[in-house]
Design a protein around this ligand. Structure first.
Ligand SMILES: NCc1[nH]cc(CCC(=O)O)c1CC(=O)O
Length: 344
């Protein structure tokens, strides 16, 4: 309940991780808010998360969801912070009680980037070359495409990973295009993986802002940063992942685009948002689940024509995510995923 006697918000505290990418993201949101509200005081509360501390273990093995967000969420509960800025990709599908994603920002590039000091693309890699990634999603799709390649674990923040490439431990590494672009390391990108060859992670390339549910003052303040079209696409992808009971460290890929009716007949791979407000009414969602060794890669996709208000279209997007997840489950995704969750 907002109390008319209360002063309007003059200070906002943003919880963020401390990696250069996380700081860029938090500063980006701070700067956008300052453009809208020049008189506001906005502080960054820098927090170290469990995922930042455990650097020697593949994430899928550490277990537990929300490794990169839990401590930030605690700061929201404690009211040390009013909002937390996240890469949506790192945000668990089920939010803890009392917290909400108040904003889905307009999406940057969703693709994965091929980074190497020697080769220009996966196709150029010699037989048996070593590729660095700890993402099971990247691993299963790369192995399905090129079974001869060796996948070697690669953890740490983006700078650490590039350092390991430069020290010669890998022939190439795979990173999110958007992450490299944000911290101005895009000159390291030798090429972007084709979306159809390596379908992105749920939410890849999008920033999201988490805040307390019912914190109307903060929600109102944030509203201009929200992108309705991105929101519809991201809700579909997250619903797919949620229905598969996946987190962000699983071999699940999902990518949704809004198309015009004409585009649906030619099946083209655009950047996902045709930018036209009236006609992008068909939501196309693709999903994949794979075995880490690439021996099996399940694929499913479906389109839905969205109608009605934004809230109604979001509900339809959510249902599309569930439908595509059901298609994957019918093909055996449940067995693949439960094997991943089994401790060794
Ligand atoms: N897993 C860590 C992480 N979380 C978000 C990004 C990149 C930015 C994004 O996807 O929005 C990255 C790095 C990467 O995957 O290369």
């Amino acid at each position: 309940m907002s109390n008319p006697q209360q002063p309007v918000l003059t200070t906002l505290n943003i919880a963020t991780r401390q990696s250069p990418l996380a700081l860029w993201q938090a500063e980006h949101i701070r700067d956008r808010l300052l453009t809208l509200y020049p008189d506001m005081t906005i502080n960054l509360l820098k927090i170290v998360t469990k995922g930042d501390k455990i650097l020697d273990t593949p994430l899928a093995k550490i277990g537990g969801k929300g490794l990169f967000v839990k401590e930030l969420e605690q700061a929201l509960y404690d009211k040390q912070a009013d909002i937390a800025v996240h890469s949506l990709k790192d945000v668990p599908m089920q939010l803890p009680e009392g917290l909400t994603l108040g904003v889905y920002c307009k999406r940057a590039s969703p693709t994965d980037a091929f980074v190497s000091n020697t080769y220009n693309s996966i196709d150029e890699l010699p037989q048996g070359a070593v590729v660095g990634t700890s993402s099971l999603r990247r691993q299963c799709q790369i192995k399905a495409y090129r079974p001869d390649l060796q996948i070697k674990t690669l953890r740490g923040n983006v700078g650490t990973r590039l350092g390991k490439l430069d020290s010669g431990e890998y022939d190439a590494i795979i990173l999110a295009t958007s992450g490299l672009q944000r911290i101005e390391l895009d000159e390291r990108i030798r090429g972007e993986l084709d979306i159809a060859a390596c379908l992105p992670a749920v939410g890849q390339g999008a920033l999201a802002i988490e805040c307390r549910e019912g914190d109307e003052e903060v929600l109102k303040l944030l509203a201009p940063l929200n992108d309705d079209k991105a929101r519809i696409r991201l809700i579909a992808e997250r619903a797919l992942n949620r229905h598969l009971e996946g987190g962000c460290q699983v071999p699940i890929a999902a990518y949704a685009v809004l198309q015009t009716a004409e585009e649906t007949s030619v099946n083209n791979d655009n950047n996902g948002d045709n930018g036209n407000n009236d006609s992008g009414n068909v939501l196309w969602l693709r999903g994949r689940v794979g075995q880490a060794d690439g021996s099996e890669l399940l694929k499913a996709d479906k389109r839905a024509t969205l109608v009605g208000t934004q809230a109604e279209q979001e509900a339809q997007a959510n249902q599309l995510g569930i439908d595509v997840a059901e298609m994957l489950l019918a093909d055996g995704a449940g067995d693949i995923l439960s094997a991943i969750y089994q401790p060794e």
